[in-house]
Write a protein that binds this ligand. Structure first.
Ligand code: IMP
Ligand code: MG
Length: 174
């Protein structure tokens, strides 16, 4: 197995930022209905698990699947599996992903979820790699802006599917 990745964001730094994001989301979201959190699996599961427990407001949860990476390269096309248990009609939705890279995943999912008629739809990512953007989209909430490194941990995986359970975000030194 590979050597452990070099730490980029340690657990305490992530935890503080996640609490800040939760505070901002809780403040911003209209309170006329419970928030609906839609999580992009599998990468955003760890982030979402921490974020939702820091949210002091009522919320419901659903999951969608998206795949755009093959190995360490973005394939340029996104395949999604959106089969929601909750209706988004009239709901205030926050879509959670692990990382905003080319932007294709988030913009594809925003289009698909918008078609269900939510009252509002915001996006929240833990990590943002603006240098890689190919599609004009920014997240409403972003935890950390990071350089163009392939990162793993805290939910994000490598080519072999490993490292999601690493408690920090790290990268492999070249
Ligand atoms: P985008 O569609 O190019 O914005 O890519 C977003 C998706 O690609 C994310 O949801 C991740 O699953 C994956 N991804 C992008 N960059 C990385 C990375 O550095 N490490 C692990 N996964 C990544
Ligand atoms: Mg993903």
């Amino acid at each position: 197995m590979n050597k452990a990745p070099e730490p980029l964001l340690p657990p305490d730094v992530i935890a503080r930022r996640v609490a800040e994001l939760a505070g901002r989301i809780a403040e911003d979201v209209p309170k006329d209905a419970p928030l609906e959190m839609v999580v992009v699996a599998c990468g955003a599961l760890v982030f979402a698990a921490d974020l939702m427990r820091a949210l002091p407001i009522p919320m419901t949860l659903d999951v969608v699947f998206a795949k755009s990476y093959y190995g360490r390269e973005s394939s340029g096309s996104v395949s999604t599996e959106v089969s929601l248990r909750n209706s988004l009609k009239g709901r205030h939705v926050v879509l959670i992903d692990d990382i905003l890279d080319s932007g294709r995943t988030l913009s594809t999912l925003v289009k698909e979820l918008s078609a269900s008629g939510p009252a509002s739809l915001k996006t929240c990512v833990l990590l943002d790699k603006p240098s890689r953007r190919a599609v004009g989209i920014e997240a409403d909430y972003a935890g950390f802006t990071i350089p163009d490194e392939f990162v793993v941990g805290y939910g994000l995986d490598d080519v072999d599917g490993l490292w999601r359970n690493l408690p920090y975000v790290g990268f492999f030194k070249k």
